[in-house]
Write a protein that binds this ligand. Structure first.
Ligand code: UDP
Ligand code: MG
Length: 317
């Protein structure tokens, strides 16, 4: 029942890519083994992706699809894929042909040398805006400072995972997923190979800036408490600063006999404190919202339809 290789492909409005992707994947993975499966997770696409995927899976017995009832997000789509696959090796690849399927044999060869995680690291990123590259770079540098384990830089989600890693990932219960961080947190023996990332062939990026910000917040709050520590320290620093100002004001009033007057200083200081307070409440709120989501313990996604026998996986996780 075990497959040698499972390929997980999250799909959000990729109707024009799926056929070419399927063809290239078949050639690439087929050159390694014939015992493979492709699991397409259709994350609530509003185009014809669903229809195309069902057609593909009807024509190919090794092709499976999972249809979500709506758009639950990329991380969730990948999480579903890795839960419902049977491979001894699991490969995660984007569905927009930015990650070349032809790299898979190289990923697999590297895996065979004795690694549990093989990342595909981007040497070049074609067709992505300056702002996207720059924000992503900034974010990973910031994240690196906030967490206490190493997170590989300039890697996307294109990667190969051993079954051990996938089983460990499936056991991680958090609701707000940040898989790149989770895989790095797990440790295991890992390495990377370099590749040039193509630009998107069809359609537009499904990652809006708001989705990217959400991911960034989830990444930080799942792996670091430092923002909370920062808030506390900021509180101390500002209290100290305020204390000095009070002492100075009293000194000036009683000793120098000069009372400091002024609306400006008053308004500036109260606005400053107000801003810091809102920021701090916001940061604390992010953590509370995480707790809230995890306490609710809702399913991560709802599956509308699939040609996988989903029940067989229930006792494993
Ligand atoms: N994707 C998804 N759900 C979403 C957004 C994206 O499943 O809500 C998929 C998308 O179809 C693609 C992959 O995730 O296969 C990466 O997304 P995208 O190419 O839009 O991101 P980018 O490469 O621009 O970072
Ligand atoms: Mg893309």
């Amino acid at each position: 029942m075990d497959k040698d290789i499972s390929v997980i492909i999250p799909i959000y409005n990729e109707q024009d890519s799926v056929f070419e992707l399927h063809k290239r994947l078949t050639a690439s993975v087929g050159s390694i083994t014939s015992n493979y499966e492709f699991v397409f997770v259709n994350d609530g696409s509003t185009d014809n992706s669903s229809y195309n995927l069902i057609k593909l899976s009807e024509a190919n017995s090794k092709t499976f699809y999972i249809n979500f009832t709506r758009n639950f997000g990329h991380q969730v789509a990948v999480s579903a894929g890795i839960k419902f696959c049977q491979g001894k090796v699991v490969i995660i690849i984007d569905g927009d042909l930015q990650d070349p399927p032809e790299l898979i044999p190289k990923l697999y060869d590297t895996y065979k040398k004795g690694f549990d995680v093989v990342y595909a690291k981007r040497r070049r990123r074609e067709g992505e805006t300056f702002l996207k590259r720059w924000t992503s770079k900034l974010f990973y540098r910031l994240l690196e400072r906030l967490i206490h384990f190493k997170i590989p830089l300039d890697v996307g989600d294109y990667r190969l995972l051993d079954k051990k890693v996938v089983q460990a990932l499936n056991k991680m219960p958090e609701q707000n997923k940040f898989l790149r961080g989770q895989v790095a947190w797990l440790g295991f023996k890992h390495t990377h190979i370099l590749f040039d990332r193509d630009s998107r062939k069809h359609g537009n990026s499904g990652y809006s800036y708001s989705k990217m910000f959400r991911l960034a917040f989830d990444a930080i709050t799942s792996f670091s408490d430092k923002p909370l520590v920062l808030v506390t320290r900021l509180g101390f620093v500002i209290s100290f600063f305020t204390f000095i100002v009070i002492v100075f004001a009293m000194f000036s009033h009683f000793v120098l006999k000069e009372t400091i007057t002024g609306w400006t200083s008053l308004i500036i200081s109260s606005m400053f404190i107000g801003g810091i307070q809102l920021l701090s409440i916001g940061i604390i709120g992010e953590y509370i919202s995480r707790i809230n989501k995890n306490v609710q313990d809702r399913p991560l996604y709802i599956i509308e339809k699939s040609n996988i026998e989903l029940d067989q996986f229930s006792e494993e996780t």
